[in-house]
Design a protein around this ligand. Structure first.
Ligand SMILES: Nc1ncnc2c1ncn2[C@@H]1O[C@H](COP(=O)(O)OP(=O)(O)OP(=O)(O)O)[C@@H](O)[C@H]1O
Length: 659
């Protein structure tokens, strides 16, 4: 009862806070200038209605703060000229200045030289952003994107709304006062648009958000090759509206983003925004992770705007924010304009002689083949996957191999998809805690103790070669099976996961894999590899408490984002930072018809209920393909079929998203 009351009370307080009047004033609508309007600004919205001398009651209009991307003072002038991108020499105009850098390191030189070039200039008509006829007109322009019902559809999507207000003559007469008053409104609306909970006194401060510039990287060849056109026509205007400064660079060649990430001073930038498909995001993350200072550099917020054919991360970010996927560019740019910096899981994938940092998926079997083989139809955009799927289903293959994994909760094999001829070896987990392990923090009798956990940071178990001694931690980290409550009396609900305020993923009361931010950060002058305590060396057996399945498969997919494409809701339960990998397996024996239906149900995530799909949440896995034909795709990048293993790195990266 008390709880309900306090909850209601909090809700009431929050509602009162949202309705608290922050500013009030009188303005005219620009450019109509008819009549005076009373304006009221609260954290919920900007309300305006005509001031009437008669008894006529006018409807009050409201622009919701949650729909506003920015607010600018009415500026004098005609057309608006904004910065486009720095073009690579291969497609640049002759006006690009050449470098006079004296840096002797060719790599550093390239990166610096590139950022010294002048961007292309873009011109927008004056009526697009609303401009004042003279410098004595004071007012502000609000740029918002409220939801509107789509024509001939039950769906809604955001659409642009520009409303400008000019200071009413009567309200403030002195020019300087008018200027000050206008600035006050412009600042307050801009700040509220970024954070509606900002303190009232801060709405008049000079705080600028986001602080610093964005580095925007555009791949001119991604998807149907329209990334730069999209940037110029749709993204640049909204960045201007939201007052977000940026420098945009068009990539010159494959690997260019990675080179830039390795060489530039990342602290010069507020964040890095990718206008491309997932390939350039992959390059960016892996470029950062090759730096000596990866531990601090990976904190740079990464934004993504769709320019490719799949745009899986963009889809996942939109989905997590509750924003529509269509039209993608509009909604993704809206998120970027209003973003918060949110932690995102990465997965380290070890293949022989190399570690790769993945943010999306590892696929093998038919999904990987469709992804790779449909590359040649990239001009079709997203439709390339449908065409590729039909082709692959017609000539269906089985892929033989072994998958081993460390599940989050107890694994129950899918009986229906276990054909008799397939050997399925299931290793059960041991609840035995390795009390002799040097990593065990608990002492005493672990077997009977309800505390079976080890709290330790990632960098405590690295062996000399940078890989963990897999036998040590796996007995304690990610224990599965019957788990005991604090008093040792009964089962705990599996997957009792939460993210605490320090961005530590806590798997459950008795099963903890803590990734403490300080473990990654700290000033490191020399390169130290990312610790992987859950993974044994690739050439050694997996620990006893992993599950192993072997035989024929049609697909194996490890997915850590919701989407693998706009019509592929691959892991509906996934979240940007939930600390686990969704492992999906379809074993051999599925008919073409059933497989086709499975692919058709991917769009809405219906495949997870299919009896042919085994879904397991895991912390780590190892894939050992026996079939050497086909492809392994990591975040859409192709690799030869080879043994690989992977482990989740909870919340290691930062993305610009909305929780
Ligand atoms: N200027 C360039 N010329 C040629 N290739 C480039 C250039 N810039 C980037 N690339 C490469 O293009 C590849 C494909 O890019 P990306 O994945 O972004 O687009 P996509 O494949 O169309 O999209 P998606 O991954 O969403 O299907 C990347 O691997 C990247 O390294």
């Amino acid at each position: 009862m008390t709880l309900a009351w306090s909850h209601d009370f909090l809700g009431f307080k929050m509602a009162a806070l949202m309705d608290q009047v922050l500013l009030e004033g009188e303005f005219m609508l620009f450019p109509k200038k008819k009549g005076i309007y009373k304006l009221t600004l609260t954290r919920r919205g900007l309300y305006y209605s005509p001031v009437s001398n008669s008894n006529t009651v006018y409807e009050e209009k409201c622009i919701l703060i949650s729909d506003i991307v920015g607010c600018r003072c009415l500026e004098k002038g005609g057309n608006v000229t904004l910065q486009g991108a720095i073009l690579p020499s291969s497609i640049s105009s002759p006006s690009l200045p050449t470098s006079n850098s004296t840096d002797s390191n060719p790599k550093t030189k390239d990166a610096k030289v590139y950022l010294q070039k002048e961007p292309e200039l873009l011109t927008f008509p004056s009526n697009y952003f609303l401009r004042a006829p003279d410098s004595d007109t004071y007012g502000f322009v609000v740029y918002a994107y409220p939801f509107k019902k789509k024509l001939f559809s039950s769906k809604t999507s955001r659409s642009r709304l520009v409303v400008a207000f000019e200071m009413a003559h009567s309200s403030v007469d002195l020019l300087e006062e008018k200027k000050k008053e206008t600035l006050k409104w412009q600042k307050a609306i801009s700040l509220l648009a970024r954070d509606p909970h900002i303190a009232k006194e801060d709405t008049s401060s000079s705080v600028q958000t986001p602080q610093g510039k964005l580095l925007v990287l555009i791949n001119p060849h991604s998807g149907p090759g329209k990334a730069y056109t999209i940037f110029k026509s749709e993204i640049v205007p909204m960045l201007y509206e939201a007052n977000i400064p940026y420098t945009a660079v068009i990539t010159d060649h494959a690997g260019h983003a990675s080179e830039l990430m390795k060489e530039i001073c990342l602290s010069d930038w507020y964040g890095v925004v990718i206008v491309s498909g997932d390939g350039l995001i992959f390059e960016t993350i892996n470029g950062i992770m090759q730096r000596d200072d990866w531990a601090s550099s990976i904190n740079v917020p990464i934004g993504c705007l769709p320019g490719g054919s799949g745009n899986a991360l963009c889809c996942s970010i939109n989905y997590a924010a509750g924003e529509p996927l269509d039209p993608m560019v509009l909604h993704s740019t809206f998120i970027l304009a209003k973003h918060h910096v949110v932690p995102m899981d990465l997965v380290i994938v070890q293949i022989p002689n190399r570690s790769i940092f993945s943010f999306l998926s590892v696929t093998w079997g038919i999904m990987a083949d469709i992804d790779y083989e449909s590359e040649r139809y990239r001009n079709l955009g997203e439709a390339r996957f449908t065409l590729g799927a039909i082709k692959r289903i017609v000539s269906l293959r089985t892929y033989r191999g072994r998958i081993s994994f460390l599940p989050v909760a107890e694994y129950t094999p899918n009986e229906m998809m276990k054909p008799k001829k397939v050997l399925t070896k299931v290793r059960r987990f041991s609840l035995r805690s390795r009390s002799n392990s040097k990593n065990t923090l608990d002492n005493g009798d672990s077997e009977s103790s309800p505390r079976l956990t080890t709290k330790r940071s990632f960098n405590t178990e690295i062996s000399e070669n940078g890989l963990a001694d897999g036998n040590q931690p796996c007995g304690e980290v990610g224990l599965v099976g019957t788990r005991k409550t604090e008093d040792g009396s009964g089962d705990m609900t599996p997957n009792a996961q939460r993210v605490d305020s320090d961005n530590m993923i806590i798997l459950s009361e008795t099963q903890e894999l803590r990734v403490e931010k300080e473990t990654y950060s700290g000033k490191k002058s020399d390169f130290s590899p990312v610790p992987t305590p859950l993974l044994p060396p690739l050439n050694q057996d997996v620990p006893d408490n992993w599950v192993q399945l072997e035989g024929g498969f049609v697909l194996i997919a490890a997915v850590y984002q919701t989407h693998l494409g706009s019509d592929m809701l691959a892991a509906p339960e996934a979240h940007l930072c939930d600390g686990h990998i969704n492992l999906m397996m379809v074993r051999e024996g599925i008919s073409r018809n059933a497989l086709l239906n499975l692919f058709l149900s991917f769009g809405q995530g219906g495949h997870v209920h299919s009896p042919y799909v085994e879904s397991v949440k895991v912390l780590a896995f190892r894939l050992e393909p026996e079939t050497k034909t086909g492809n392994i795709m990591i975040d859409g990048e192709r690799f030869e079929p080879c043994s690989l293993q992977a482990q989740i790195l909870p919340g290691l990266a930062r993305v610009m998203a909305i929780k």
